[in-house]
Design a protein around this ligand. Sequence first.
Ligand code: FAD
Length: 538
Amino acid sequence: MSGSTQNFDAVVIGAGFSGMHMLKSLRDKLGLKVRVYEAGETVGGTWYWNRYPGARCDSDSYIYCFTWDRQLLQEWEWSERYPEQPEILRYLEHVAKRHDLKRDIQFNTRVIGAEFDETTNLWTVHTDKGEDVTARYLIAGVGTLSTTNMPSFKGLETFKGKWYHTSRFPHSGVDFTAKRVAVVGTGATAVQAIPEIAQQSKQLTVFQRTANYCVPARNGKVDPELVKARKADYDAVVKRVRESPFGQERYAIPKSVLETTPEEREREFDRMWDAGGFDFWIANYQDMLVDQAANEVCADYIRRKIRKTVKDPSVAERLMPKGHAYGTKRQPLDTNYYETFNKDNVLLVDASTDGPIEEITENGIRAGGKDYEFDIIVFATGFDAMTGPLKALNLKGRGGRTLDQEWADGPHTYLGISVAGFPNLFTITGPQSPSVLSNMPVSIEQHVEWITDCIDAMRSAGKTTIEATPRAQDEWVAHVNETIAGTLMTSANSWYMGANIAGKPRAFLPYLDPEGVGGYRKRCDEIAAKGYEGFALA
Ligand SMILES: Cc1cc2nc3c(=O)[nH]c(=O)nc-3n(C[C@H](O)[C@H](O)[C@H](O)COP(=O)(O)OP(=O)(O)OC[C@H]3O[C@@H](n4cnc5c(N)ncnc54)[C@H](O)[C@@H]3O)c2cc1C
């Protein structure tokens, strides 16, 4: 450590959507002295790191952007319904330039620890560049899907070919031409990457642990008239998504699927299927995620689609999800995913029928006692979601307590934005907030606005610390768990439940507000209006 100490009003960690907006807000609205630390070499977060073939957003582009720059909403032209990673990164670079954000961001710098000093009421933040700085407020904009999950496969170090994790793809790209390629995983990332890699490679083998329910994305150019109409209506669009269930203009059908005739629901399912995107997941019949029988009706529709699309019945059978309810895992949006398995150069190796991966060998992968040879292995094995990046910060709150200790049995937060015993720490889209169950920019903006107002209110009232009370936190955790207990979400081995990481406690990580992100926003605002109920201010 260098020993030289700089003081800031606020340190923000991460320069993705969250950190960029937080910086803009604290610096330009409140006039605070802010330092942002970012491990990557530029802004963008998710869109800086995830460069695998086919990487693109699944949220519609007209709402997958910042809404606080209304002028830019008018000026920016997205090329497609779901733009690719380079285009989203270009957009975020443009925002950084337009608002002169980079002058307060230190890139290529990872925060490796921070502790709260109970005598000065300041955080001391340590970086991997040997800096120690102090700040009154510490704001984690570290993302929910930013800590790579790379399972420790036996023998990986012996593999003579090249291997990559999708979230750390080389910036120069990977040439798959004439190569024998393996993709390990069939989650949302893999579903985007597999059709692209199949086109580029000589031979592609997909290693599937759990078959997923994929629905069509229906990407393409957006009708210019629709773009124009949305631009003319942006204020209302923003209001609607902020008050919506999932941060999108999508609403469940207020009816049980079990009360419909087969013809009626088939018509509705076809409509959603043809529209593409998240309709099938979040604008389905209202009991789809709460009633097993209702869920099965929706799941059956997707299984029939798989059966119809995939020509080889035994491959179709293995691609058909079994053992988990539809919608209880992150919904993958696909472009020719199922069709890809009709190609002669594509092979499916399914853990339950063909045998699981046993080890990586010099020449490839051994699964179910059989050897497969590869030049390249792509691991699409996801992330240590939500708690991973926060725990990695090595924070020490009051009495030197760490998040590892506080969260030994799963996250404990108040509103997903603060943690008892960690004063003046704010977590943007933290665990137990709607976050990953919503169109994220909507949830990010809500947290950034709330944090900004909170700090502003504290300063006006001459308060130096704010922290969740243990009681409010306990009540929030109980509420999050009660809310989700009435759904099918806890039944799946999903990353929402922490089930993708060996040894991670089984707990539902985000928060599903019965009244959607609109209801959650209202709840947070009411708490603020009541003088930050459930928080202790000093
Ligand atoms: C492939 C992919 C596709 C996605 N598609 C969608 C979508 O369609 N719709 C949607 O709503 N969401 C999507 N998401 C979620 C996406 O993460 C969010 O939409 C959004 O980009 C999150 O922004 P963020 O700033 O909160 O986090 P991130 O973009 O993850 O940025 C966090 C940043 O913090 C940095 N950081 C973390 N720890 C440290 C540290 N200790 N020190 C310094 N820096 C640190 C990281 O380097 C990273 O750059 C997707 C995620 C992935 C991975």
